[in-house]
Design a protein around this ligand. Sequence first.
Ligand code: NAD
Ligand code: GLY
Length: 360
Amino acid sequence: MQKLLVSLGERSYTIQIGSGLVSSLGTLCNELVLGSTAAIVTNTTVGQFYADAVKASLENAGYVTHLIEIPDGESYKNSVTLTSIYDALLEAGLGRDSFLVALGGGVVGDITGFAASTFLRGVPFVQVPTTLLAQVDSSVGGKTGINHALGKNLIGSFYQPSLVLIDTETLATLPEREYLSGMAEVLKYGVACDGEFFRFIADNVENLRSRDMDCLKEIIRKSCSLKASVVERDEKEGGYRAVLNYGHTFAHAIERLTHYTAYLHGEAVAIGMVQAARLSELKGYADQHDTKSIIDLLKSLGLPVDLVHFPVDDYYRALLKDKKMRAQGINFVFNKGIGDSVIENVSDWDFLLQVVRGEV
Ligand code: NAD
Ligand code: GLY
């Protein structure tokens, strides 16, 4: 088992990574003194695989448990589902001596974290992420929330978990497309934060595609460690945390233009990383070899790299809606070579849009 610390003063917590860790969940919760009753929030897909094991682990450690199942899908990350979680917690009579366990991918993690941050003015919660994306990104760092009809993740809070327990065996049931989509976020860390990690990923493509456990544990550990250090430096995204949005400006535009149906998030991020790499090259922050290495690695990981064709004006309008849009322009993350990055406010739309005009 690997153990990492996210060091945030009184909000510090550990990330535990290993095979078969679900069976240790109850014991680890005991060490944290979280309360006497645990509400496990999961969805119908993940619940069928792992809810019994999570429940057994908690009950063997002396907890009373309640299972709350929500429907599966991003479209359920909303206020209706959130209310159904509050209803279930209240009907079960849970008080401030209870805690929540988020068992699932980023959707379950985000909505459960937000429920925990608001239920009875805040009770602890534990993340048990079961997608690669959730294990390397969304379960760490305390961004919680739900979507609004006017946009994704518009309602939420910064609320850190008390523990992140990553059982790598849960990835065995994850569909291939979801798995590869998570890999785009792994590669993001390499390009934006750590060149040695980028080369490790490049050297281990076959192992990663065959889900070799040792290799997976290493990339999850490294991703979590990089995310933890970014969050420790800038917990509430005053500035620096935005490096984690590398590739996300065009990804969000593509997701909006395709109505969130054509691409999984990581797939859109893969395409967005290619646009970010091209713009970084144009800025002189990177060279053509860097861009080629990024594109080649994305392709070898089975991820899409080609821009989706929409009129330039459609891209302009989609980019304007970006949350990272400021009055003056967009806070864009450029890669400096491979392994470093810089955030700059870009107000020159011609510069940004040349990648969608097919000029480069
Ligand atoms: P998801 O939670 O929808 O999970 C993807 C699919 O995989 C779902 O159908 C789910 O039921 C299924 N699944 C999950 N684990 C499984 C397993 N082990 N075996 C079989 N099937 C499994 O999607 P996601 O990609 O994990 O997360 C996306 C969400 O995360 C978005 O809502 C996004 O906004 C959010 N997010 C949050 C942060 C953050 O910092 N909080 C960061 C990135 C993304
Ligand atoms: N996934 C981006 C962040 O946590 O800030």
